[in-house]
Design a protein around this ligand. Sequence first.
Ligand code: SME
Length: 150
Amino acid sequence: MFAILKTKVSTILNSSKKDTDEKLKEICDLLQESVPYYDWVGFYFKNGDKKELKLGPYAGAPTDHTIIPFGKGICGQVAESNENFVVPDVAAQDNYIACSVTVKAEIVVPLFVNGKNIGQIDIDSNTPNPFSEEDERFLEYVNEKVSQIL
Ligand code: SME
C-alpha cells in the first residue's frame, strides 16, 4: 500500500499547476482516503517567529486546535523534541490535546527543511494501536518530499 502511495505523493508534488497548499491538501485527502486507519491527516507549521504551531492543510473533521503552543500536546512536544512521536493509546498520555472523542491513537512526524524542524504531519486514528515502523518510514518519506517544495 505505501509503495503505491509514495508514487502518488510524488506525482502530486511534481505537478506544476497547483500551489503548495493545494498540493498539501491533496496529500492529506489521499492519505486519509487510502489508509483505513488514518482518520484525520493534517500539517502543522511553525507560526512565523512565534513558539507555536499553526494548522495548515488537513483532511477530516475541523479542529478547534488551529494554534498549538510549543510543548503542549503531542504536536507541541514534537516541535521541541524533533523526533517522531507514536502514541498507541491517547488515553495513556498526560500531555495530550483531544480533538475528537473518537480518537484512540496518534502519530506525529516532524518536517525538516535544511535541518530545521519547521512543522509536522499529524495523523489521528480511531483504531487503537494501529501504527508501525512502516507508518513512520512512510510519513518520513512524505515529509522529505514535501520539504523539497517549501
Ligand atoms: N492531538 C493533538 C492535537 C491536534 S489534533 O489531533 C488535530 C495533540 O495532542 O497535540
